[in-house]
Ligand binder design. Structure first.
Ligand code: GDP
Ligand code: MG
Length: 302
C-alpha cells in the first residue's frame, strides 16, 4: 500500500532540497524508479511532475554549463553579499528570500554566484551571493576574476562576517574588492549574532555601518532588510491604484514616474496629483517637472 500522495510529494521535495545539476538529476531518476507505476490519478501526476523537473534540470545544466558565472539582472537594484567562506552568506540569502540553497559548516559550499529576488522596502531587489572571496582573488587566484566581474555589476555590497570570527578574514575579502578597484556603497552584516555581538567588528571598521543579524532571529532579518533598502539609495513612489511602489533614483520627477510606468505615458504626461511630503496639501496638482519625495503617492494625469 503506497503512502498518501501528499506525504509522498513532500518527501520528494525534501529529497531535492539543495540539490542541483547532475546531483538533482540523479535524485530525480532514483525517485522515478521508486514511484508506483499507476497510469492515472495522483501518482501519475507526481510522476509527470518528477519527469518535468528532470527535463528542467537537464535544460538548466546546459544553460549553466555554457554561462556558469554571469547573473541576469532582475529587480530595481542588485546587492552583492560578499565575505569570507562560512560567513553565513547562503544562510542569509535563504532567510531573506526563501530560496533553497546549500549551506554548510565547511568552506566553499557555494561555488558560483547565487542570485535571489526578494522584496525590501516593498520593492523587488536582487541579492547575489558571491562565493568566498579569498586572498589573491583580484590577481585571478582560484578562478575568482569572473566573480569580481559579477561584483562589478552590483549597485552595493553587503559585507557578511561571522561576528565571532577574526576580523582579518573580512579585511582580506575587502582588500580583494579594493584591489579590483571596485567601490560601492556598503554596510556590514555581523552574522551569527546569536553567538557573538558586533562589538569587535564595529571597533575594527568604524567607517562602515554594522548590522547584527542571526538567521535564528526573524526580527534581526527584518532589520537587515530595512538597512538593505537604505543601501540601495532608491526612493519609492506609490501609485494611487497600485499595490507595490515604483523604485526610482532620486531626484525623481513626475515625468520619471510616468516613464517608469509606460514610455507612452511619459510622452503624454501633463502632470500629476500628489499626496505626501512633496505636496503642499493632499492631492495637489503639479506639473511634470515636479520633484517627488520618498513615500509620495501620485496619480499621473494625461
Ligand atoms: N548560529 C548560527 N549559525 C549560522 C548562522 N548563519 C549561518 N550559520 C552557520 O554557518 C555555517 C556557514 O553558513 P553558510 O551560509 O553556508 O556560509 P557561506 O559560506 O558564507 O555561504 C553553516 O553551518 C550555517 O548553519 C546564524 O545566524 N547563527
Ligand atoms: Mg555559501
Amino acid at each position: 500500500m503506497p503512502m498518501p500522495h501528499r506525504t509522498q510529494m513532500q518527501l520528494i521535495k525534501r529529497r531535492l532540497v539543495g540539490k542541483d545539476g547532475s546531483e538533482r538529476a540523479r535524485e530525480l531518476r532514483a525517485i522515478l524508479a521508486e514511484l508506483p507505476g499507476y497510469k492515472n490519478g495522483p501518482y501519475a501526476d507526481i510522476r509527470k511532475w518528477v519527469e518535468a523537473q528532470l527535463e528542467h534540470t537537464r535544460v538548466q545544466k546546459r544553460v549553466t554549463h555554457r554561462d556558469s558565472i554571469a547573473v541576469r539582472r532582475e529587480g530595481a537594484a542588485q546587492i552583492a553579499l560578499v565575505g569570507p567562506p562560512n560567513a553565513g552568506k547562503s544562510s542569509l540569502l535563504q532567510a531573506l528570500s526563501n530560496i533553497q540553497i546549500k549551506t554548510g559548516a565547511y568552506p566553499f559550499t557555494t561555488t558560483r554566484p547565487v542570485p535571489a529576488l526578494t522584496r525590501v522596502g516593498g520593492v523587488l531587489v536582487q541579492l547575489v551571493e558571491i562565493p568566498g572571496l579569498i586572498e589573491g582573488a583580484s590577481a585571478g587566484g582560484g578562478g575568482a576574476r569572473p566573480l569580481l566581474g559579477v561584483l562589478r555589476g552590483a549597485d552595493a555590497i553587503l559585507f557578511c562576517h561571522d561576528a565571532g570570527a577574526p576580523v582579518d578574514e573580512l579585511r582580506a575579502a575587502m582588500a580583494e574588492v579594493t584591489a579590483a578597484e571596485i567601490e560601492r556603497p556598503a554596510i556590514i552584516a555581523a552574522t551569527k549574532s546569536d553567538e557573538a555581538d558586533g562589538t569587535a567588528l564595529r571597533a575594527a571598521l568604524p567607517e562602515l555601518q554594522v548590522v547584527e543579524v542571526s538567521v535564528l532571529d526573524d526580527a534581526s532579518i527584518e532589520r537587515l532588510r530595512g538597512r538593505i533598502w537604505q543601501l540601495t539609495g532608491l526612493m519609492r513612489v506609490y501609485l494611487r491604484d497600485g499595490e507595490h511602489p515604483i523604485a526610482l533614483h532620486p531626484p525623481a520627477t513626475v515625468l520619471d514616474v510616468a516613464d517608469a510606468i509606460h514610455h507612452d505615458l511619459g510622452a503624454r504626461c501633463a502632470g500629476a496629483r500628489v499626496w505626501g511630503a512633496s505636496a503642499r496639501f493632499d492631492g495637489q496638482q503639479v506639473g511634470r517637472g515636479h520633484v517627488l519625495q520618498d513615500g509620495d503617492t501620485v496619480e499621473v494625469l494625461d
